[in-house]
Each structure stands twice: as structure tokens, then as C-alpha cells.
Design a protein around this ligand. Structure first.
Ligand SMILES: NC(=O)c1ccc[n+]([C@@H]2O[C@H](COP(=O)([O-])OP(=O)(O)OC[C@H]3O[C@@H](n4cnc5c(N)ncnc54)[C@H](O)[C@@H]3O)[C@@H](O)[C@H]2O)c1
Length: 438
């Protein structure tokens, strides 16, 4: 990708009807992006099917959901869950009787991790075991799924998987500093990426956040040809991240959260969609705005670009409804601070000389720097403190709005997608919201 390709028109088409099947490829969490698509699929009357990543026993063995967990998950999704564990990544996989990567990291210490070397031949074997486990389980999932779809119907596969941070003590401490550290606690993300530890983590991100999309497309080949030969169509979507255009002053400008080490996996995800597209498979990665979810909470400051969505709502003629969102946000702030103060603070942050070099699309994803981390995390912290309740934030309200907008945008565009990689910027998000609410 040399330049972002934005979705510019509100998509109108819908090929999905009652009896068609929507498959969520990842678990559904309360604040997760996938809620938008699931709601649109439900509104279209589609049959909803989910999967599980499974759960780990105390000895790390992977198991399906128990009866109670399954009932809760199915109720939450509003559909049937195929209860075969699809945990991706190889951080806890190894040939029998040998240490897995998380155990290998057990010997690293906070003093020496950036010098410590890993046994890459052994890691390659662990990766092979993990990938094979995932593919074998996925083949089972596809067999079950095949029996749930009537010929001639359309199928919508929505990939939502992202993650891969190994649960090694040493890394959790480092992650806290790389993503949340400032001042004395700052840690350079480049130092992490240059280390063997960092290289291992990038491989695991690739497996979870990117390669699973490729496995999904491959493993559903029989379903795809079966549906296509009986008059149905099959679509694939995935959630990407590659920065977002937001209103900075009067103009929509591309910017990004830094540092997003997972960005390399997200670019791989884009390439997987492009490769599928070149084989006439309709797979689209939608690069979505920064919001606050279970997964993004680790990245301090990721929510800052979300706040100017308030300006976009007005700019795109949101009228009284936009004003009511401003009021709802105002009511969350302490009496000492105005919403205008907060918007000014975010604008100052976005236009600060420290941040400008990070608006370099070609260099994305850039490592952090001490001044950038101090400014990003400091601004995020100050804005959080300006709220009456640090657990009820403007960015919670705005995250829910973005999820609401991405549902119909992705759902309808996917009926006749323009390409394999599309950006959902604040302008189209605001226009979709204004269309829903006015
Ligand atoms: N939150 C953001 O700001 C943002 C922005 C752009 C794109 N996205 C993308 O949206 C998608 C959904 O994320 P979200 O932010 O809504 O958070 P979320 O926590 O709701 O979703 C994360 C998903 O990843 C799955 N997952 C996690 N670890 C896994 C593993 N080891 N194996 C298999 N699946 C695993 C979970 O089951 C869940 O479906 C992700 O691809 C994410 O990268 C998020």
C-alpha cells in the first residue's frame, strides 16, 4: 500500500438475506469491533455462527468451552458456536516433551533480555506444531460448518482475530513499559524489535493477526466452491489498522497511533487479502479507526485520535444529533474543564512538532521515541483525569459510535466490495452515523 484507499461513498447494496450465514471468526467481547457486523447480520435476518478460541487448563492444555461457558457465549452471540478450540499462535505449542516458546522465555531476565538469544531451530518446530494444530482444528470446524449451510445461500466470514502477546512474566513487564512507559519508565520499541524476544513476538503476532485469515480462506475453499456452484456467494472481511484520517483543524489528515508493533502483522493481513482478491476471492481488510476495546487498552494514548470525531460529526452535518453527542460528552467531564479544552488539547497534541514526523505513511509503523511517548501518554493521562469518573470516558461513548457505524459500512460494502483494502476514516464514519440518527 503506497497510499490509503478510503471508502468514500456510503454503500447501499445488500445481498444478504434470511437463511444466509454469518460466521464470526473470533470471540465476541462486549466492547469489540465485531458487535457492529454481528448487529448488521442480525438485522438482515442471517443465521449467526461463531467459533471459540477454547480455554486453557492449569497445565496449559487447550480445551473446548464447558457447558456453562458455551451457553453464555451462544447467548451473547445470538447464534450457535462450533465448540472446537481455535486458539491461534504458537506461544504454548511445542513438540512433545520439549519446552514451548513461553517456557523458553522463562530464562530471560529483565536485566539481560535484550542480549539473550533464543534457539530459532526449536522455535521453528514449535511454530510448525502450533500452525498444524490450528489448521487441523479449522478443518474440523469447516466440516461442522458445511453441514449448517444450505446450498445456494450466501456466506459472510468476518475475521476478528488479533493478539499473540505471550504470557511470559518478563514480557508483560516489558510490554507495560513499551506501550505505557514514559519518563524513567520509557522503553524504546525498536530495542524490543531488535532483540530475539521481539523477533519471536512479531512471529506470533503474524500467526494470530494475519495468517489465520489465510488459513480461513484456504480451509473454506470447499464451502466457497459449493456455494458458488449452487448460486450463492462467499465474502471475507477482516479488521485492519493502518492509521486513520481524522479532522485536524479543517482538513481530514492521515495520522497514526505510535508505537504499533502489531502493524507489521496488519500489513501482512492486507497482503493476504490482496493475494486472495487476485484469485477472484472477495476478501477485504477494512482499516478501522482507533477505539477503546479489551485489546486496545494496552496501548496508552490510542484513544486520542478518536476525540476529534466530535468535530467530524458536526462537519458532516450532524445537526441536533451531533450536538446531543457533544452534550453527552460534556456531562462526563469535571466542572473545571470544558469539552472545547479537551478538543484543543488533542489538536495541540496532533500538531505538536514532536508528533509531525510520525505522520509518515511510508515509514509506518514507526518505533516510539522518548518525547513522543511522554507527549502521547501524558496527554492521554491528563484527559482521563478531566473526567468525573475515570471509568466512564468520552472515548467509551465515541468507541461505541464508531462500532455502530462500521457495522453497516462493512456489511453493505462487502456485498460489492471495491477492493481488498479499504480505510474507514472519520468522514465516512460520521456520515454513516448522521444517516442512522438524523
Ligand atoms: N481497537 C482498535 O482500536 C482497533 C482498530 C483497528 C482494528 N482493530 C482490529 O479489530 C479486531 C477486533 O479487535 P477489538 O479491538 O475489537 O478487540 P477484541 O478484544 O474485542 O477482539 C479481539 C479478537 O481477537 C481474538 N483473539 C485474541 N487472541 C487470539 C488468539 N490467540 N487466537 C485466536 N483469536 C484470538 C479474540 O477472540 C477476539 O475475537 C482486531 O483485528 C483488531 O486488531 C482494532
Amino acid at each position: 500500500m503506497n497510499t490509503p484507499i478510503p471508502l468514500q461513498q456510503l454503500p447501499q447494496k445488500n445481498i444478504f438475506r434470511p437463511g444466509d450465514v454469518f460466521v464470526l471468526f473470533g470471540e465476541l467481547f462486549g466492547r469489540g469491533y465485531a458487535n457492529g457486523l454481528v448487529n448488521s447480520a442480525r438485522q438482515a435476518g442471517m443465521k449467526i455462527v461463531g467459533i471459540t478460541v477454547g480455554r486453557r487448563e492449569a497445565n496449559n492444555a487447550l480445551r473446548p468451552l464447558n457447558e456453562e461457558e458455551l451457553a453464555t457465549a451462544e447467548q451473547n452471540l445470538g447464534g450457535k458456536i462450533i465448540n472446537i478450540p481455535l486458539m491461534a499462535g504458537f506461544d504454548l505449542d511445542a513438540p512433545a516433551g520439549t519446552p514451548n516458546p513461553t517456557e523458553m522465555l522463562g530464562s530471560l531476565t529483565l536485566k539481560s533480555w535484550n542480549e539473550d538469544k533464543l534457539d530459532w531451530d526449536h522455535i521453528a518446530k514449535c511454530q510448525e506444531v502450533g500452525v498444524q494444530r490450528f489448521k487441523d482444528s479449522l478443518a474440523e470446524v469447516m466440516k461442522v460448518l458445511g453441514g449448517m449451510i444450505e446450498p445456494g445461500h450466501n456466506v459472510f466470514f468476518a475475521h476478528t482475530m488479533a493478539g499473540g502477546i505471550p504470557k511470559a512474566k518478563v514480557f508483560l513487564a516489558i510490554a507495560n513499559r513499551v506501550y505505557k512507559g514514559r519518563g524513567d519508565r520509557f522503553m524504546s520499541s525498536q530495542t524490543l524489535l531488535d532483540s530475539d524476544l521481539g523477533k519471536l513476538i512479531l512471529k506470533n503476532f503474524d500467526e494470530v493477526s494475519a495468517n489465520t485469515f489465510e488459513h480461513l480462506i484456504e480451509a473454506s475453499a470447499a464451502i466457497r466452491s459449493g456455494m458458488e456452484s449452487s448460486g450463492g456467494q462467499v465474502r471475507y472481511t477482516a479488521y485492519g489498522y493502518h492509521g486513520t484520517s481524522i479532522l485536524i483543524g479543517d482538513e481530514y489528515v492521515w495520522q497514526t497511533y505510535t508505537n504499533y508493533t502489531q502493524g507489521l502483522a496488519k500489513m501482512r493481513l492486507e497482503r493476504i487479502a490482496q493475494a486472495a482478491w487476485s484469485k477472484n476471492i472477495k476478501a477485504t481488510v477494512y482499516n478501522c479507526p482507533e477505539i477503546r476495546t479489551n485489546s486496545s487498552d494496552i496501548f496508552a494514548g490510542v484513544e486520542l485520535p478518536l476525540i476529534p470525531l466530535l468535530n467530524a460529526l458536526k462537519q458532516e452535518n450532524g445537526g441536533d444529533w451531533a450536538e446531543s453527542q457533544w452534550q453527552a460528552c460534556r456531562s462526563l467531564l469535571t466542572d473545571e474543564v470544558t469539552l472545547e479544552d479537551i478538543l484543543r488539547k488533542v489538536l495541540d497534541f496532533q500538531t505538536h512538532s514532536t508528533m509531525l514526523p510520525f505522520r509518515d505513511f511510508a515509514a509506518w509503523p514507526m518505533p516510539n521515541s522518548q518525547p513522543q511517548a511522554d507527549l502521547t501518554i501524558g496527554t492521554s493521562d491528563e484527559i482521563q483525569k478531566a473526567h468525573k469518573d475515570s471509568k466512564v470516558l468520552i472515548t467509551d461513548l465515541l468507541s461505541a459510535l464508531v462500532i455502530e457505524a462500521t457495522g453497516p459500512l462493512m456489511f453493505h460494502e462487502t456485498s460489492d466490495p471495491a477492493g481488498p483494502v479499504l480505510w474507514l476514516n472519520h468522514d465516512i464514519i460520521a456520515r454513516q452515523l448522521n444517516t442512522i440518527h438524523i
